[in-house]
Design a protein around this ligand. Structure first.
Ligand code: ATP
Length: 272
């Protein structure tokens, strides 16, 4: 891929501990710092902005429909023969530590998969994951030796030891085309996406409508609990899970919340 080098001067700011939106600003700073290190591309910042908007609508909390999806996701990852966690720049910048933890708990491989792929970026992401204890990171350089049929972006390049042979793939922050292509290959795809309307959310088998910074730690905790259960129980969780119902619940939650907020505003005394 051809690359372009740019020089941007970015003032580094300390987020005040008293700021009412501190958590959200800290995440932005994390992503900007990851961009400086070559982990995140500017397009990733735009994707994050879209996510932030949906997080606002979701009340910036893990809602019951996300918890249900997390339970199904944990069951699927534990039952899988070859589970793989696909990692891009944003998910590495925001959740590398918990991604590595999750991979250990469910015995999954970790694979770097990027839309804007350069060797240097792949290496920077792998290095970050290794700094949190990942012993093996697939999809770097020559290891991305296979292709997903139907796809034209750089995201088509995968490892024959990882995503190509995986039966379950977790895709935190994905694009709709690749999600659909992975589903078409017969894989069970688990997406984490704050936007319940995205093509990714709509085409995954299990969609966790939540922020990766909350969803992945909760996925680790849930997997730790469920790994003690027998396979019959885990299969029953999966059988009873309905992704369309989960998405409908998420959309309904947003719609109701907006109606309630507007009612509160219109019933408040003028000037308050
Ligand atoms: P699609 O192709 O699936 O319709 P899109 O074009 O919106 O999606 P991108 O711009 O590639 O997709 O990816 C951004 C997606 O990631 C958005 O749907 C956004 O809501 C989601 N997202 C961004 N940040 C986060 C986050 N921290 N946690 C979970 N989801 C996020």
């Amino acid at each position: 891929m051809k690359t372009k080098k740019v020089f941007i001067e970015i003032p580094l700011v300390e987020v005040p501990s008293s700021h009412p939106r501190r958590e959200s600003l800290v995440l932005r700073e994390k992503l900007v710092n990851a961009m400086i290190k070559g982990i995140v591309v500017p397009h990733g910042l735009i994707a994050h902005g879209r996510g932030e908007c949906f997080d606002y609508l979701l009340g910036e909390r893990t809602q019951p429909f996300a918890k249900k999806a997390i339970e199904a996701a944990a069951a699927a990852l534990i039952l899988a023969k070859n589970p793989v966690i696909s990692v891009n720049g944003n998910s590495a910048a925001l959740a590398a530590k918990h991604i590595v933890e999750l991979a250990k708990v469910v015995d999954a491989d970790i694979e770097v998969n990027l839309f804007y792929r350069t060797y240097r970026r792949e290496q920077a992401i792998a290095q970050l994951l290794r700094s949190f204890g990942a012993s093996k990171v697939l999809g770097v350089g020559e290891d991305a030796d296979a292709v997903i049929p139907e796809l034209h972006s750089e995201r088509r390049r995968v490892s024959s030891r990882g995503i190509l042979r995986a039966d379950v793939v977790l895709v935190p922050l994905e694009d709709g085309d690749r999600t659909q292509a992975l589903v078409n290959m017969g894989k069970l795809v688990i997406a984490i996406d704050l936007n319940p309307l995205s093509r990714t959310s709509m085409s995954a088998n299990i969609t966790i409508v939540d922020n990766v910074v909350r969803a992945i730690p909760l996925l680790v905790e849930t997997a730790r609990r469920l790994i003690k259960e027998d396979n019959r129980y885990l299969r029953s969780i999966l059988r009873n899970y309905d992704n369309r119902a989960t998405l409908a619940e998420a959309i309904n939650f947003i719609a109701k919340r907006l109606v309630n907020l507007s009612k509160e505003l219109s019933s408040a005394p003028r000037g308050s």
